[in-house]
Design a protein around this ligand. Structure first.
Ligand code: NAI
Ligand code: AKG
Length: 629
């Protein structure tokens, strides 16, 4: 950095992606009959003022007249604005922290909104210059302080004059009033910031136009560069918003899409992506993995990982993570609800009443107390279902290929057929391994009792749905609850047809077993933290295909990660290379699983290209990663 440079940052549409007064107006006018007209008027006045076509003083007065504000509006606006920080500002938090003494925020926005957003960046309170509201005793906003320089025309110019800065001054902003500081001779450079909005007359007047904050480091030849060029995260299938925010706060570039992508779309999107986040719909095949050169980690924001070619991911050194517990309770609650509703014929009766038919009857409606629930697959979901079903007075029997401890009074059966022949309700909770294709077929249905209730909330292919349709058509089955379907649509709100729609006593849900706010929030937190600490520090806790290593934080100049096929003798070769290169090993961690050897070495110096190439050349090496402290 040139010595003694002061950076003046605009706030609205520069530090944040939006105009704070517009956000405040959206909230304050939410229930106002003239909401649309007033919002449009506010936007139009802002735009004219920012382009320098309208007096700032008048524009502020006009906009404030259109609002009735109180404290609660401000509180809501602050929360929203914190989510709207400009991405390149967010990922360069370190820049603001490092140069806190030399950074000012100068804005016509209100301090009540500005300070909570900028303070986490280490910006000093005395360096934040903004307008302020005036309140009555009840906390309603009476107006604003007209005497503040920033409420006046040429307000930024007057304020910077008053600051009497001795340093070289660089003004960064998106509006004409930011340019005015340079025009008045108070800044050596005006940098137009266009990440959120481009105003042609402002860009034309600027000494430099930057699209992201990193452009400032280049334009001003600051040795401060982004800590690393940011890695890209692609999030698909409506993953919880926490995840996007979390990655952004940790310096990643994030793209979020609501639906799944098909193979072609996914292939072309992945070329520069380091972390891919999906749920159950995105097929990550061997071809996709092979083409994703930069992919380091893959997060399944769900339980099932059958949609991912795990073997290929191992071969390519890509760690896969999931959330094995976070949505299990949600699935169990849905299963219990469906069992009760189907036992009471409620799905059929509700469907009739929706069509105007009042069918009040107890015939064929049963309590679940005392009935036998047969669970196939006694894992995290099956075993929780067992406990809750027993609490409702049901008798539980189960079958699992693994030797599972029966919980409560549940009885373990040694053959699946035992469960199928005895249960009043059969519920499938096996995992999505390939061998489970059509685990439940026509023969299985034939073994079930007449009047059986059948649930599948696991994976579509575990059940032969043609056979299920047949048995439903035959009238043998009382009803079924199905949450997982063949060829589920990639996007929510799509059309979907299944022959099961013709039956009455069915509960058909669009794969929502795990779709509760609670589950999605927890999955989001769990998977994104594991992904982040894998990519940033090498910890593989929570990975489904890598040996799990929880590592200490990085205290030495470099951490070298060597991922290789699990064959004997690799560690010795790695350590020989370190010794020959004169690197001192400060700490070393090794864990293997059947496929992979995972060696992490902290060394006392920066590893040179030659050493890296030698590590990469060790036979059976899959990938070498270098992490800087
Ligand atoms: N509908 C939804 O939204 C959701 C569906 N799921 C699905 O539910 C299923 C169960 O999930 P978890 O309980 O978390 O899995 P889990 O892995 O904890 O349990 C699966 C159990 O099934 C057993 N198993 C596998 N094949 C079997 C077979 N052929 N016969 C008997 N037992 C067998 C395993 O030994 C294991 O104990 C998975 O397929 C998962 O993908 C999970 C969450 C949400
Ligand atoms: O909620 C989802 O997207 C998928 C849930 C699921 O099937 C799973 O967690 O395995």
């Amino acid at each position: 950095m040139q010595r003694n440079t002061t950076f003046l940052f605009d706030f609205d549409s520069t530090f944040i992606q939006v105009e704070s007064l517009e956000i405040l107006a959206e909230i304050a006018l939410a229930n106002h009959p003239e909401k649309a007209e007033r919002l449009q008027a506010i936007q139009s006045i802002t735009e004219q003022a920012m382009e320098g076509r309208y007096s700032y003083q008048e524009s502020l007065a006009e906009r404030m007249k259109l609002l009735d504000l109180n404290q609660s509006h401000l509180t809501q606006a602050i929360e929203l604005l914190k989510q709207k920080i400009t991405p390149s500002i967010l990922r360069n938090r370190a820049f603001f922290q490092t140069h806190a003494d030399n950074i000012h925020v100068i804005t016509g926005a209100f301090i009540e909104l500005v300070w909570p957003v900028v303070s986490p960046f280490g910006i000093k309170r005395e360096n934040v210059h903004a307008n302020r509201f005036i309140y009555d005793y009840e906390g309603d906003v009476l107006g604003y302080d007209h005497h503040q320089l920033l409420a006046q025309d040429q307000g930024k110019v007057k304020l910077v004059q008053k600051l009497a800065l001795k340093d070289d001054v660089i003004m960064i902003g998106d509006g004409y009033n930011d340019y005015e500081v340079k025009a008045a001779g108070l800044a050596s450079t005006f940098v137009a910031f266009t990440e959120n909005i481009t105003r042609n007359n402002v860009a034309d007047a600027a000494d430099a136009v930057i699209h992201e904050l990193e452009g400032l480091f280049i334009t001003c030849q600051l040795p401060f560069t982004s800590p690393k060029s940011p890695k890209k995260v692609l999030l698909l299938e409506n993953i919880h918003p926490f995840v996007e925010l979390y990655f952004k706060e940790n310096g990643f570039l994030v793209e979020s899409l609501p639906g799944a992508l098909n193979a072609k779309e996914l292939h072309s999107k992945l070329h520069d992506v380091s972390i891919l986040g999906i749920r159950s719909k995105t097929e990550v095949t061997a071809n996709i993995i092979e083409g994703a050169e930069k992919l380091e980690a893959l997060g399944a924001f769900c339980i099932g990982t059958n949609q991912i070619d795990i073997n290929k991911a191992c071969e390519q050194g890509i760690a896969v993570f999931n959330a094995p517990f976070s949505n299990t309770r949600s699935v169990v609650e849905l299963a219990i609800a469906e069992i009760i509703l189907l036992a009471r014929n409620a799905a059929a009766l509700s469907g009739k009443l929706a069509k105007g038919q009042w069918h009040k009857s107890s015939t064929g409606a049963h309590e679940v107390r005392g009935k036998t629930l047969g669970i196939i697959g006694y894992g995290n979901i099956g075993s929780q279902l067992s406990i809750i079903a027993e609490a409702l007075g049901m008798r539980v029997i189960f079958y699992d290929i693994a030797d599972k401890l029966p919980l409560g009074n549940a009885k373990r059966c040694h053959h699946m057929d035992e469960v199928l022949t005895q249960a009043d309700i059969v519920s499938i909770h096996v995992d999505g391994r390939k061998e489970n294709h059509h685990l439940i077929d026509a023969k299985s249905f034939a073994l079930m009792k007449p009047g059986v209730i059948f649930l599948n909330l696991s994976r579509d292919f575990t059940v032969d749905y043609e056979a299920l349709n047949e048995v439903m058509r035959s009238g043998k089955m009382k009803g079924c609850g199905i949450d997982v379907f063949t060829n589920e649509p990639h996007e929510s709100k799509s059309e979907y047809q299944t022959p099961l729609q013709q039956f009455e006593n069915v509960i058909l849900t669009p794969h929502i077993g795990g779709s509760t706010e609670e589950a999605q929030q927890h999955i989001g937190e769990y998977v994104s933290k594991n992904l982040c600490s894998y990519v940033n520090e090498g910890s593989s806790t929570g990975s489904v295909n890598f040996p799990q290593l929880s590592l200490p934080s990085m205290n030495y100049p470099q951490r070298i990660i060597h991922i290789h096929k699990n064959v004997p003798g690799i560690l010795a070769q790695i350590n020989r290379l370190f010794a020959e290169s004169g690197s001192n090993i400060e700490g070393q961690f090794l864990k293997t699983n059947q496929e992979i050897g995972y060696v992490i070495t902290d060394i006392n110096r920066q590893c040179d290209d030659k050493l890296l190439q030698q590590l990469q050349a060790i036979p059976h090496t899959i990938k070498v990663r270098v992490l800087d402290k």
